[in-house]
Design a protein around this ligand. Structure first.
Ligand code: PMP
Length: 403
């Protein structure tokens, strides 16, 4: 069913040699590689279709517009949103969250209000809320994490109050790989009439996501982590919230009428999309999502779960290797003895193995774990058991060097 060799053949970069070794790319949580189909969609559009979208009467503009809007429909179907009005194109998860922090903040956050985030957040789901709290004299509250790397739901329930205006939580941790109980987090927030943003940057590439079934109010993800191009992402928002939120940026496209006295705004989703969108990237993102759909998200998920289990089992053979957290969804963070994560990462690189080291843009989580950083291996649909074997052998070689 899932022909890994055929899949790998779609990703030309995987044939590269690094320092004389076959590339073992295990930094997929930072960004994924691109299949030929995605790159070719971009080249084809630039060579054969390119024209600015939406305002053109001419053939190419209409064709580019059709591709761009069809991409919105592809995204809608992929995350099971009800309407394309709920799909806003952004530059990525970070911009999606900043858009929300600005716009939701303008409409709904006042002095003394509270916003809840979790210990497991990436900086991009912390700092925009901190900045909003500073602007509005609001208060940031944090869901604590248990020692097993899971969020403390009892403590979460106690944090919610009549002052809570929004809960922001990641779907899957980019550091530990923890799949958060977002169904419960959303249900509990809704019992208090509080909306929820889910950061889906690390879930959308690895599992099928249904925002309507989740009933989240907002959901963000990045194109480049889901085999699409850089510079494009998505903010999903329920229409009843987006309708009541002001525009994020002003400019072309987001207006209905402009006079020097007053401007009226465009309908959803365009109200939130000022300026020329990256219509080539949106089309390429849709091509990436079509690629995933053709493979089957269930197959991708099963493949990566098997690979993760295999890695955990192989890593248990390595003396002194400590894995952080207890729930791993295509992400494993670890340290080996007292070898500095930077040394381990650098030496693995010399063997052609790309992993990420450091705090992974989650300094508060590092502080909670009492460490400065980890080595992180993160998987994609094209990784193999042989690559995991190479990682394990690489770690053993480095460990031997350090005695
Ligand atoms: N949230 C999570 C959970 C992430 O893993 C990342 C990327 N590492 C981001 C947000 C930010 O994504 P981007 O840099 O694509 O905006």
């Amino acid at each position: 069913m899932y022909d890994i060799n055929q899949v790998r053949a779609d990703f030309p970069i995987l044939a590269r040699q690094i320092y004389g070794h076959p590339l073992v790319y295990l930094d997929n949580a930072a960004t994924t590689q691109k299949p030929r189909q995605v790159v070719e969609a971009m080249v084809d559009e630039y060579y054969n279709v390119n024209a600015n979208v939406h305002r053109g009467v001419h053939y190419l503009s209409q064709q580019a517009t059709d591709l761009h809007e069809a991409s919105r429909e592809t995204v809608r179907q992929f995350i099971h949103a009800k309407s394309t009005n709920e799909i806003l194109f952004t530059r990525g998860t970070t911009e999606s969250i900043n858009l929300l922090a600005f716009s939701f903040g303008e409409a709904f956050i006042h002095s003394g209000d509270e916003i809840i985030v979790s210990t497991l957040e990436h900086h991009s789901n912390i700092v925009p809320w901190q900045m909003l709290c500073q602007r509005k004299d609001a208060v940031l509250k944090v869901i604590p994490m248990n020692d097993d790397g899971r969020l403390d739901l009892e403590a979460y329930e106690k944090l919610l109050s009549e002052k809570t205006r929004l809960v922001c939580c990641t779907h899957v941790s980019n550091v530990l790989g923890t799949l958060n109980p977002v169904h419960d987090i959303i249900r509990i927030a809704h019992e208090h009439d509080v909306p929820v943003l889910i950061d889906g940057a690390q879930s959308v590439p690895h599992m099928s996501v249904d925002v309507t079934a989740l009933d989240c109010d907002f959901f963000a993800f990045s194109g480049h982590k889901v085999y699409g191009p850089t510079g494009v992402g998505v903010l999903y928002g329920k229409e009843n919230w987006l309708d009541r939120m002001p525009p994020y940026q002003g400019g072309g496209e987001m207006i209905k009428n402009v006079t020097f006295e007053r401007t009226t705004y465009n309908a959803l989703p365009y109200k939130f999309e000022a300026g020329t969108p990256d219509y080539v990237a949106t089309h390429a993102l849709a091509t990436a999502l079509d690629y995933l759909t053709a493979l089957g998200m269930e197959n991708v998920h099963t493949h990566e779960q098997q690979l993760t289990r295999y890695t955990l089992q192989r890593m248990s053979e390595i003396e002194g290797l400590h894995i952080y957290g207890q729930d791993h969804n295509s992400v494993i963070s670890f340290q080996v003895g007292n070898i500095h994560h930077l040394d381990l990462g650098t030496l693995l690189d010399r063997l052609g193995i790309a992993v990420r080291t450091g705090h992974h843009c989650a300094e508060p989580l590092m502080r909670r774990l009492g460490i400065e950083g980890t080595v992180r291996a993160s998987f994609a649909l094209y990784n193999t058991q042989e690559e995991v074997d190479a990682l394990v052998e690489g770690i053993q070689r480095v460990a031997k060097m350090f005695g």
